[in-house]
Design a protein around this ligand. Sequence first.
Ligand SMILES: NC(=O)c1ccc[n+]([C@@H]2O[C@H](COP(=O)([O-])OP(=O)(O)OC[C@H]3O[C@@H](n4cnc5c(N)ncnc54)[C@H](O)[C@@H]3O)[C@@H](O)[C@H]2O)c1
Ligand SMILES: [Zn+2]
Length: 379
Amino acid sequence: MSEFQNSHVNVNLNDRSYQITIGQHLLQNSAETIGAWLEKKSGKHSSPSAMIVTDNNVTQYAANVSDSLESAGWRTSTFTMEPGERSKRLEVISQAWDQLVEFKADRRTVVIAVGGGVVGDAAGFMAATFARGIPFVQIPTTLLADVDSSVGGKVGINHPQAKNLIGAFHQPLGVIIDTDAFKTLPERDYKAGWAEVIKYGVILDSDFFEFLSQNITAIGNRDEAVLRTAIQRSCELKAQVVEEDEYERTGLRAVLNYGHTYCHAFEALTGYGELLHGEAVSIGIVYASRLAEKMGRIEKPLTDKQIELLAGVGLPLNLKEPQRISIDDVIDRMKLDKKTVGGKLRFVLPTRIGHVELVEDVPEELVRETLIEGGLSGS
Ligand SMILES: NC(=O)c1ccc[n+]([C@@H]2O[C@H](COP(=O)([O-])OP(=O)(O)OC[C@H]3O[C@@H](n4cnc5c(N)ncnc54)[C@H](O)[C@@H]3O)[C@@H](O)[C@H]2O)c1
Ligand SMILES: [Zn+2]
């Protein structure tokens, strides 16, 4: 038995509402949870079925889920991908569609993602497209997936020319976060996930930011209580934003992009794969806060506080070899970013810890200054 109770976060989206359950040893009983969600959504099923989607690094967790389902009388099939971003491509989805057809999946077959954000995004896309949308459950196993990719219903794959270009909104029936998965999560992926957690503090919740700053050692030790609090609060904050702007129409959801305009440019220009997404977010946060300073929106000590926390959990603050990246290329990439409108530079910038604003028409000159100061190469 766990010394901790399970906790829950509700994501309220009318008839697409769902629950995130956070706890330990949840995978072994996942059939009960998923069965209840399915029944609530579409009534009792006499012969439920599920396709579990996973990658080669986390098959043990997928096996826990399929064992639980099979013992409860479900028919299951498992689709295992190669780990890594390259699996978010159409050929892989196409193989999964074939497997669903062979499995005789119907409109009530549940697609269950067991893995990190790559598995979640790809599995969600399979579920969104097969038979015009079948039920979907997220069982994230990385910190990034716990606090970010599994919440909010964005699913998709990459186009050879652009990340996450092909996708859909498809909300899950529910999310099961089992902290047992942290036992095997590599240190680098673990740290990278904290960048998004810290981001939530900066954009929406100064108390949460303080909590994180006071628990840097516990974070390093993967302390269960601190992890639980951080995951729960992050999911609550992301859920709030998603509830206000489910389809990213009003611009409210854009606050989640703090640090991401720099991040996306750096990820693309260093070659996808060199920096983990969370590492690029960390660096992007530092640059964005410096930009906010230049615009007179925030004082330097507040940038320093963010830097202290990011560095404290072991995240990078700058590119390893900034001189290899050209400032012009970064600016060009920023103008291409799908978050920009009409080629204008838009940034999410903090005014204090716990509050950010979407700023249109940021002078390019100031962005260039941050890049020069970061050591990138001029033309
Ligand atoms: N849909 C969204 O809203 C959203 C938001 C943010 C990120 N994303 C997407 O998420 C993806 C990144 O997710 P990620 O960081 O979880 O990467 P990932 O899925 O590639 O996982 C990272 C690595 O850890 C391994 N792994 C996962 N869980 C493990 C565990 N418990 N123990 C041991 N190894 C484990 C994986 O096999 C992989 O090698 C990107 O494709 C990104 O576009 C989507
Ligand atoms: Zn991100």
